[in-house]
Design a protein around this ligand. Sequence first.
Ligand code: XMP
Length: 507
Amino acid sequence: AVVVLDFGSQYSQLIARRVREASVYCELLPHDATWSDVAPLRPRGVILSGGPASVYEPGAPQLPAWVLESDLPVLGICYGMQLLAHALGGAVEPAAEREYGPATIEVFEPHPIFAGLPERLDVWMSHGDRIARLPEGFAPLARSGNSPYAAMARGNLIGLQFHPEVAHTPLGRVILRNFLYDVCGCAGNWTAESFIESSIAAIRERVGNDRVLLALSGGVDSSVAAALIHRAIGDQLTPVFVDTGLLREGEPETIKEVFGRHFKMPLVAIDAGERFLARLRGVLDPEEKRRIIGDEFVRVFEAAAVEHGPFRFLAQGTLYPDVIESATAVSKAAAKIKTHHNVGGLPADLRFELLEPLRFLFKDEVRTIGRLLGLPEEIVQRQPFPGPGLAVRIIGEVTPEAVTTVRRADAIVRQEVEAAGLSAELWQFFAVLLPVRTTGVMGDYRTYAQVCAIRAVTSEDAMTADWARVPHELLARISNRIVNEVPGINRVVYDVTSKPPATIEWE
Ligand code: XMP
């Protein structure tokens, strides 16, 4: 494995993804991780991410001592390079000109990190500081117009001023592979198959003869978790599907039907719509909604455990981005964005041990694993749907009427996007009901009704997303149908914000 230390760059997760794509297992850890956090991974190398700070400022995140003491190969990227320079006695200073955007570097000194690459490379720069003097024993490897030290190395300590992990550095993957394979000596044998094998062994060992209750939402993640755990422990697993009353049109029926067709295990289905709606009455704050829903899920599971248990474990399809975005595990410095109910929203008095076999995986990896486990495309390609469901797509109070309204609008969005043949290209597409009323005219009458926003995004992993440039004709059909067919809505708007700065869901 390789450890990626997160110094706060917006690209830290991307580094982790690139390493995984090179079939090397890695974990993203906070910059102040200790050797005892890291040692169990038996790392063969360390990557230091970029970050927004300046190494010479008081309070800037520093290089943990173990990084150099361990004698492991180190790749410092941007801030990570400056940290190496600073820690080893070089000088870092503000650059006369900030270098941001595309640049071309000239590699003039051979080094394994640039093996097989041309002398001139297009790269992506994004830095305000630069190295003014190399630390003792380091050789410059490359320069750009603005950076005399675009790359440096001393043995297996390597610094790059540019970002090899971003798509704007077209040959960046080769550079990362050179580091992983040639410098660190990684075998590159971390694959979906090896993940399945080792996690089945780990699940068997942890669970023993005990029983596991699995929270099945019908989405990709929990379905893949179900298939994986079932392969490990067979009928010690009981999947439980909870209809929260906050699901999309036809969803409870579809989930039960698809599950029945593809899984050879019984499903416990619980209709808990009234319980959830009762607890959400009068609640406006999004974080409060998430907390209540997370809590209520657990209460429903506890009741199910009394009936079908006992269970020692509660299994969930939690993914790495959920973990990262809930900021419970990775960067202590990172801001909490929202409490994904299946990570941060669990009550403190949880009576189960958590079993989350996918918690270090990205979505595309989970899809690959699902296919290898024999799940059909209709499950593996499902559009992601948040655990708190339509509750976070109703801005303001979640009333039964609002749920009906947004559900109808959402069904129209889905039908039209599918009819236009665009569903595979989009990461998500849905309707959001706003607590805003505006004036309209229908027939010869004035209307005063709610606004519905349409959200459609493209994304690779939900960490970043762009609003989808869907055809205006499609938007016209959606708008026309919603206003005509859904009572209570008389205006439709399209959300043209990317993530960041917005998030995909509105709450
Ligand atoms: P945001 O809105 O944070 O969403 O950009 C990123 C992705 O996560 C989904 N999402 C959730 N999934 N529980 C979940 O299981 C949640 O609480 C939750 N909130 C957001 C969202 O639909 C998108 O795919």
